[in-house]
Design a binder for this molecule. Structure first.
Ligand SMILES: [Cu+2]
Length: 151
């Protein structure tokens, strides 16, 4: 009888330690959503030979072909030498218009991840922007920028 009682007490102590150990975890959970885009093959300050292949990668959202507007999805865009207004609008999530489509605003409307970029010799800024199926930049914004020099 005495021996059985001691064994039960030891088991209870072990369970108590296990529960308090679990209680301390889980306080570092990121609840921001965390969608982000980054350049995968071009570092800030890189030298590029034009035409250059520039690839980007998004995390925390789906990259799909342009068309339907869906939650947490979009396609990649690259803005070559964005103006101050463009940087503020795209980076601030305040742009509600579809992005332009021209030699300075490239779209990967097929859902791919690499642009072919023609750059004049000299310094350039490249801004990656994820926009929705109708080409409107996402809000909260999913953007990234690098400064490069073309040879
Ligand atoms: Cu687009």
């Amino acid at each position: 009888m005495q021996r059985y009682g001691r064994h039960a007490w030891a088991a209870g102590l072990a369970i108590g330690i296990g529960v308090s150990g679990c209680g301390g975890a889980g306080t570092t959970t990121d609840t921001s959503g965390g969608a982000a885009v980054r350049f995968t093959n071009v570092a800030d300050g890189a030298e590029l030979t034009s035409p250059a292949e520039v690839c980007v990668e998004a995390n925390g959202l789906a990259i799909e072909a342009a068309g339907d507007v869906k939650e947490a999805s979009g396609h990649h865009h690259l803005v070559i030498d964005p103006t101050a207004d463009e940087k503020a609008a795209y980076g601030g999530g305040t742009s509600t218009d579809p992005m332009a489509k021209d030699e300075r605003h490239l779209h990967l409307g097929d859902g791919t991840s690499c642009f072919t970029v023609e750059l004049s010799p000299g310094p350039h800024e490249l801004m990656a922007v994820v926009a929705d199926g109708a080409h409107v930049p996402l809000n909260p914004p999913v953007v990234a920028s690098v400064n490069v020099t073309a040879k």
